[in-house]
Design a protein around this ligand. Structure first.
Ligand code: HMG
Ligand code: MG
Length: 283
């Protein structure tokens, strides 16, 4: 039997957060509902962040309230602080994600605080989630290259991964936020990170700016990673990462994984439908 590799779908959150035109809530709900039929186990639906910082995600609660939930899918939301966590829980998010940065420049741009301050700010989320028995995923951004600070040392990524592990994150997703990673730099980063966290608790989150995301996924597979974040239609970019193109397209990752002999459990025809919806939302 083919080995399973999971794709964690990101389009409704990471894909749409950067769109300048405000996407109608009903369109976001239609996208999530289509994705729910594709066979994903996890979909990141939205983020409960400051609407002053990311206006596109201001309708987070309405989106979660409007979707038709498939029992086999966990619907996730990004939460930067306790306020976001509480709102995400009230809206019925099944799990939440906290997000730190491997560089000080990106931490400042994305969260308006230092790396250490961001970890401290996550503590109340972790405490509340423990009481609520809610799973918390962690992200580390700019794992190879930062738009503000340049090349990022693998050891800097490993330190943040260790901090998120110590907080209790069940999985840490490694973000090549501006899509400048290459198999060599991704491999060097992963070797350092694997000293802190096992491959089965790590995910690759690669943007495709330089067209190397699929190669970076293959390099990560070689080191044991079996979860990858992607967005249908290659939607996305990060509002605080100038020059970042979209996430690697889910349908491309699915095709590559199948060609390599892995099972993703996804329905290609539904993915194509979702990708068309997603492309229609792009400004
Ligand atoms: P701040 O301005 O330093 O903090 O922002 P603040 O506490 O002064 O809050 C400012 C205002 O926002 C206040 O409102 C707060 O109440 C409100 P005011 O009093 O001025 O009317 N506020 C909130 N509103 C709703 N929900 C909340 C919330 N928190 C505060 N949760 C803050 C600090 C962290 C809030 C801000 O920097 C922020 O929201 N950042 C999020 C940025 C973001 O979403 N970035 C994109 C996601 S990360 C990413 O894409 C990377 C990733 O994909 C991986 C990768 O690719 O590498 C994950
Ligand atoms: Mg991203």
């Amino acid at each position: 039997m083919a080995e399973f590799v999971e794709i964690f779908e990101m389009a409704p959150r990471d894909g749409l957060q950067n769109e300048k035109r405000l996407i109608p809530t009903a369109d976001k709900i239609a996208l999530v509902d289509c994705l729910s039929r594709a066979g994903f186990r996890r979909i990141e639906v939205t983020s409960f962040v400051s609407p002053k910082w990311v206006p596109q995600m201001a309708d987070a609660a309405e989106v979660l309230a409007g979707i038709a939930r498939a029992p086999s899918v966990r619907y996730a939301a990004l939460t930067p602080n306790l306020k976001g966590y509480q709102a995400a829980r009230a809206a019925g998010a099944d799990e939440v994600a906290i997000f730190a940065s491997a560089s000080e420049g990106f931490s400042r741009a994305n969260l308006n605080c230092s790396i250490n301050e961001s970890i401290e700010r996550f503590l109340p989320i972790i405490e509340a989630a423990r009481l609520d028995q809610v799973r918390v995923r962690g992200y580390v951004s700019v794992v190879t290259d930062c738009p503000f600070d340049g090349a990022v040392a693998p050891g800097a990524v490993a330190r943040v991964v260790a901090a998120l592990r110590d907080l209790g994150c069940y999985e840490v997703s490694l973000g090549d936020t501006i899509g400048q990673g290459r198999p060599e730099t991704i491999t060097a980063m992963l070797r350092a990170v694997l000293d802190e966290m096992p491959a089965q608790s790590l995910a690759g989150h690669y943007h495709d700016t330089a067209g190397r995301a699929l190669d970076n996924i293959e390099a990560s597979l070689a080191l044991g990673l079996r979860v990858f974040d992607a967005a249908v239609g290659g939607l996305g970019g990060c509002p605080y990462a100038p020059g970042a193109a979209g996430n690697v397209a889910t349908e491309a990752v699915d095709a590559r994984l199948r060609a390599l002999g892995y099972d993703t459990g996804l329905k290609a025809a539904v993915l194509a439908e979702a990708a068309a919806l997603a492309r229609g939302m792009r400004g």
